[in-house]
Design a protein around this ligand. Sequence first.
Ligand SMILES: [Zn+2]
Ligand SMILES: [Zn+2]
Length: 244
Amino acid sequence: MQLQFVGCGDAFGSGGRYNTCFHVTGNSVNFLIDCGASSLPALKRLDIARNEIDLVLITHFHGDHFAGLPFLLLDAQFGRRSRPLVIAGPEGIETRLPQVMEVMFEHSSRTKPKFELSIVTLHPEQPRRLGEVNVTPYPVVHGESGGPFLGYRIEAEERVIAYSADTEWTEALIPLGRDADLFIAEAYNYDKIVKNHLSLSTLEAHLSEIGPKRLILTHMSDDMLGRLDSLRHMTASDGMVVEL
Ligand SMILES: [Zn+2]
Ligand SMILES: [Zn+2]
């Protein structure tokens, strides 16, 4: 199995990075984690076959994680997709998705896709099997609007991928990431503590409790991007591939 960072940027495109979107492929799985506004061009730039993606997991409804879906769905419609697609995310996704589609492309939510489209609601700490992917959502802490906010512990092909999503420090990150083969964690700032986001210094203080086999930092602001050369941790970059 492999994970490719299609986009690992923050909401502001810091460093010219695309919005959050990770692509996981293996013998039996092909899915995306988040689909931010710029994800369709980012997927095309990497020549990723969109119509082979079976599942999109959405962590929350901020545009840099969610607003790529209308583009992805329109691309599927015009790209003659026939394969079923599952989109899973926090409570409210079944109303948020048509809303964002209508804002971006009027009437698009009322056009029936030529492929089977299923929208699945995920609930905190209720594991769910979606095809060959087992996902356990954890509640994370990321402000008042754009939620509910979920981080994911994903099991597939005997590997565990954990993703913090956007969050300030919460104890939920411990079971979410514990012993994971790959823990992708937000590191928005280096040591400045802000509400709703995680700084690297806070993450480091808890890292031994989480104990991931591999850690990769993502969703970095200019503060972090200016320090890439001096960091002790692996950092994501757009297009980077991780073998699992
Ligand atoms: Zn974000
Ligand atoms: Zn966010």
